[in-house]
Design a protein around this ligand. Structure first.
Ligand SMILES: *Cc1c(COP(=O)(O)O)cnc(C)c1O
Length: 219
């Protein structure tokens, strides 16, 4: 089932759109099945869960962190991940930079945008993104590679479209500014129920869990 889902999704994605398999709550065996079917990037939300899964399956694909990264977990996250998609403060960026310096590693990161302006959600407000990226661009051990957004959750995926549009607009504006070492290469938006709309609005990275692995129990 997982293999079939992965093949269906991959065959329908337009060229240049990258699939991240959102693997929270999934077992090492489920992750292996997804990778065997063609998944090249695994997304994880929780550092301890990622450490366990990584310990079991190893670097069989790239690992992206897509959850809210607590500052006291940065040291544990940095050795595992190939990209952190959810940087939303200069302080978090500086901590990642410091841990990467210890390992002689340079971490690609995306800046998470709170496109829905939801107070309880993580991400930087769209109007604060430029200043944050200018600060992050000064660090030697991280490289900004683009933006990520979740957007508010709706029953009707069509309602997510304006938030993807706004994030794409911001992505293009930032790309035109030329912000030092920061690049606007990846725009990560869209999940199982919204990824088609996100792609129509310019996403080139989509994070899909349920449509690959089935419904989740709990979180
Ligand atoms: C869980 C999750 C996804 C995937 O959600 P599905 O609806 O299962 O496809 C994508 N992005 C983030 C940040 C997630 O936490």
């Amino acid at each position: 089932m997982i293999a079939e889902n992965v093949r269906m999704i991959l065959s329908a994605l337009p060229d240049g759109v990258i699939l991240v398999a959102a693997a929270k709550t999934r077992t090492p065996d489920e992750i292996r099945q997804a990778v065997a079917a063609g998944v090249q990037i695994i997304g994880e939300n929780y550092v301890q869960e990622a450490a366990d899964a990584f310990g079991a399956v190893g670097h069989i694909a790239e690992w992206h962190f897509i959850g809210h990264l607590q500052k006291n977990k940065v040291n544990k996250a940095v050795p595992i991940f190939d990209m952190i998609e959810t940087v939303d403060s200069a302080d978090l960026g500086a901590r990642i930079d410091r841990e990467c310096a210890k390992l002689g590693k340079v971490m690609p990161v995306l800046v998470e945008i709170n496109s829905g302006r939801e107070p309880q959600k993580s991400g930087v407000l769209p109007e604060d993104a430029e200043q944050l990226i200018r600060a992050l661009a000064k660090l030697d051990h991280i490289t900004v590679q683009g933006l990520m957004t979740m957007g508010p959750r709706f029953g009707d995926p069509e309602l997510a479209r304006p938030y993807f549009q706004e994030t794409k607009r911001l992505f293009d504006e930032l790309a035109a500014l030329g912000l030092g070492n920061a690049k606007m290469r990846y725009l990560s938006m869209g999940m199982s129920n919204t990824y088609r709309i996100a792609i129509e609005e310019g996403a080139n990275m989509v994070r899909i869990g349920t449509k690959i692995f089935g419904e989740r129990q709990g979180k």
